[in-house]
Design a protein around this ligand. Structure first.
Ligand code: PLP
Length: 383
């Protein structure tokens, strides 16, 4: 008998490449091997594919093709947005961000602080919500950049980027958004709020790993990331990752369509898992249960046990989930996001995140719920 397929409920960490992305990339790994900067026919064909991918991504995110710079992913894009804006402004600057950002942003701002820039980390409430009024107060002082995560990768909490963007724009403060968890979920995202810079990673929407981008609104001031050639309008020199970019465009168009089709169903499945865990586990809290959340994310805490023990038990039983962000999985400390929300000692080590994709099925959720309850019982019993 064949073993049942693994249930992937760690889609906020990454997704396997979709069929659409795989098919689109294949020719550019083999027969279409030209350098997009070459003037001969092989180069021109590849350049045309690259520019067509740029147009498709621009359309999908609601920007203009020349506003898109391709990068190796969100880590690079976020580094570039933060450091490039400060460099363009010159002198010591001031960055406002929040306590619940992805570790990339927090690491970059901490290093910038050590180099003499001022950093303000805004708090969130017990539901993980950032009050726009708090942003307005922070921006009363001259500020070089506001940078915020759109949807939290651990809890799924959505910040009110539209309201916050209006505040930043009124005060003339450039606004960068880490849109990694929502690029496939909010169509034409860059046009839905007054923002200036927006980062993404393609593997989060079933594109290839090591590929992503930064949307730079026309007129935003940003120092080039890499000097050398003229690629990416001389802002990020180096021969482009053509298979990755072409695959990213195909993945995004496909992922946005799938999400439109299935987001209501995914919310129902996420809520089903949430209800099953509440019913089957004695000591459980659902993090950010009352906050606006992306439909695919469920973060819970089991009392008095290690969330990583539940994750490893579930892994042995065929379910992939996580005890927080994949980027901080090797850090044994409790989640900085839950800490900022005031989750306390008995609970905070018991965090487990389940993140669905538009491919998640009802049967997977039913099985995962049963296995998660059994895993909790096992860990609670054996310690
Ligand atoms: N920002 C958020 C919200 C993320 O979830 C991630 C990935 O986990 C990143 C940034 C960094 O993305 P990457 O590791 O693809 O550069």
């Amino acid at each position: 008998m064949m073993a049942p397929a693994r249930i992937h409920l760690d889609n906020n960490a990454t997704r396997p490449v979709s069929d659409a992305a795989f098919e689109a990339m294949l020719p550019f790994l083999r027969e279409q091997g030209g350098n997009p900067s070459s003037i001969h026919a092989s180069g021109a064909t590849v350049r045309a594919a690259l520019e067509s991918a740029r147009e498709r991504i621009a359309e999908a995110i609601g920007g203009r093709p020349y506003e898109i710079a391709f990068t190796s992913g969100a880590t690079e894009s976020i580094n570039w947005a933060l450091r490039g804006t400060l460099d363009a402004a010159g002198g010591p600057g001031r960055i406002v961000t929040s306590l619940v950002e992805h570790s990339v942003t927090l690491d970059v701002v901490e290093r910038l602080r050590r180099r003499g820039h001022e950093v303000e980390l805004l708090p969130v409430d017990a539901q993980g919500i950032l009050d726009p009024q708090r942003v307005a107060e922070a921006l009363e002082r001259p500020t070089t950049l506001l940078s915020l995560i759109w949807a939290n990768n651990e809890t799924g909490v959505l910040f009110d980027v539209a309201a916050i963007g209006v505040i930043a724009r009124e005060r003339g403060v450039p606004f960068h958004v880490d849109a990694v968890q929502v690029l496939d979920k909010i169509p034409r995202i860059a046009s839905t709020a007054p923002i200036d810079l927006l980062s993404w990673s393609s593997h989060k929407f079933a594109g290839p790993k090591g590929s992503g981008g930064l949307w730079v609104r026309r007129g935003a001031r940003l120092r080039p990331l890499m000097w050398g050639g003229h690629q990416e309008s001389a802002r990020r020199a180096g021969t482009e990752n053509v298979p990755g970019i072409v695959g990213s465009a195909a993945a995004l168009v496909d992922a946005q369509a799938r999400w439109q089709e299935r987001s209501a169903e995914i919310r129902r499945l996420r809520d089903r898992l949430e209800d099953a865990l509440r019913a089957g586990v004695d000591d459980l809290i659902v993090n950010a249960a009352d906050a606006p959340r992306v439909e695919n994310t469920l973060s819970v805490c089991f009392r008095g046990i290690e969330g990583s023990a539940v994750v490893l038990t579930l892994s042995q039983r065929g379910v992939d989930c996580s005890s927080g962000s994949a980027c901080t999985a090797s850090d044994p400390g409790p989640s900085h996001v839950l800490r900022a929300m005031g989750v306390d000692g008995d609970w905070i080590h018991g965090a487990v995140r389940f993140s669905l994709s538009s491919d998640t099925t009802e049967d997977e959720i039913e099985r995962a719920a049963r296995l998660a309850i059994a895993a909790w019982r096992h860990v609670a019993r054996v310690g």
